[in-house]
Design a protein around this ligand. Structure first.
Ligand code: BYC
Length: 328
């Protein structure tokens, strides 16, 4: 299995024979599909990779609340407002499970959040795009949560136990989010005015490519994939998941009666897959580096939320200390 050498650029993965006894035992456990738990021995690099990925994932959930929060006060009906509020609260919950899973690896939550705020830690590129009209709430649910599900379903089988278990509930909730998003768009397309239908198409035009970028760089430019797949943190490559997402999404796009902003999108009868045009990787890397349309605004909103909530945390700590003193 991984006794073979796998190459990514200049990095070579170790064979089982090249590993010391602890590392070999660890890799064999993974090969046998036995979960790694917090108290088990693990290589430093495995721990670091997981802290990087889980913290990025948690930050994405929390930053991901912002584009949708933008429309809460302007939801068209009370029912839509309640649905949107519930979805945003679910995302906060996902962030909390994920930060907790990350803490089981010995990472400190405050330190990791500091890294987000000073630009050392990443979060999903998708949340650096603005939400400009109500249809964006449908498109975010349908495309963004839809892409997230395709990425996250295999993470339920990831090799690190606490991360895998956190993903089970996250995936159930994301499925509801995806359906509520699609239902918003379907209602606008089936019952809406021409202006509302145009709003849906405009929204899809803006989110289509950024949603495809969510899966990360193409396989040949993904420095972490080979090792993460050998450790079974990732079960599929970025390109495989992107293709899976596209294949399930195009028929839904057609059912809406909308089009993709991609003249090269076509079904290939022989492969049974949709082919798509070139992704603008320059745009992706610019956004990831902090130069997307909303990067500064998003980080500023997170920083001020932490600063403005300081008194709540201080009050909670003082209250806990008082109760402890009373109990003593
Ligand atoms: N955006 O070697 P690669 C959600 C970075 S939230 C920004 O392929 P890896 C939701 C990558 O970190 C969805 N950065 O990396 C919430 C790496 O940089 P570093 C979030 C990206 O880790 C609210 C570099 O590019 N989901 O569901 O093997 C509302 C090279 O990439 C992106 C997760 O986080 C990106 N799109 O694979 C609605 C899922 N892509 O760290 C919805 C968990 C790549 O080496 N994460 N980069 O400096 C993963 O599955 C993997 O981390 C990724 C990337 C597939 C994203």
């Amino acid at each position: 299995m991984y006794a073979q050498l796998v190459e990514t650029g200049s990095k070579k993965l170790k064979t089982l024979d090249e590993m010391g006894p602890e590392e070999r035992q660890f890799q064999e456990r993974i090969n046998d599909e036995i979960k790694i738990e917090p108290k088990n021995w693990m290589p430093d690099a495995y721990r670091k990779t997981l802290i990087r990925q889980i913290s990025q994932h948690a930050h994405s959930e929390i930053v991901g609340m912002l584009p949708e929060g933008n429309w809460l006060t302007r939801a068209p009906t009370l029912k839509r407002k309640l649905q949107l509020m519930a979805k945003i609260q679910d995302e906060a919950g996902h962030g909390l499970y994920l930060y907790s899973a990350m803490e089981t690896l010995g990472a400190d939550r405050d330190e990791e959040i500091d890294k987000l705020h000073d630009g050392r830690a990443k979060y999903s590129s998708i949340f650096n795009y603005p939400t400009l009209n109500w249809a964006d709430m449908g498109t975010v649910g349908w495309l963004v949560d839809g892409a997230a599900i395709v990425n996250q379903v295999p993470l339920q089988r990831t090799s690190y136990g606490p991360y895998a278990r956190a993903m089970i509930r996250v995936c159930k909730e994301e499925s509801f989010h995806q359906r509520q998003g699609y239902q918003i768009l379907l209602t606008m397309m089936q019952e809406g005015t021409d202006d509302q239908k145009a709003m849906v198409q405009d929204s899809i035009n803006r989110f289509w490519w950024p949603a495809l970028m969510m899966f990360g760089p193409s396989d040949e430019n993904s420095p972490n994939s080979a090792q993460s797949m050998a450790w079974k943190i990732k079960r599929h490559s970025n390109d495989e998941l992107r293709q899976r997402f596209l294949d399930q999404t195009v028929p839904q796009l057609e059912l809406l009666g909308c089009t993709a902003p991609d003249p090269d999108l076509k079904y290939n009868e022989e492969t049974g897959h949709y082919e798509f045009g070139e992704i603008d990787w320059q745009e992706f890397f610019d956004v990831v580096k902090g130069n997307g349309p909303c990067n500064r605004e998003r980080i500023e909103a997170r920083r001020s939320a932490i600063d403005n909530g300081a008194w709540v945390r201080e009050a909670a700590v003082a209250h806990a200390a008082k109760r402890q003193r009373k109990a003593a």
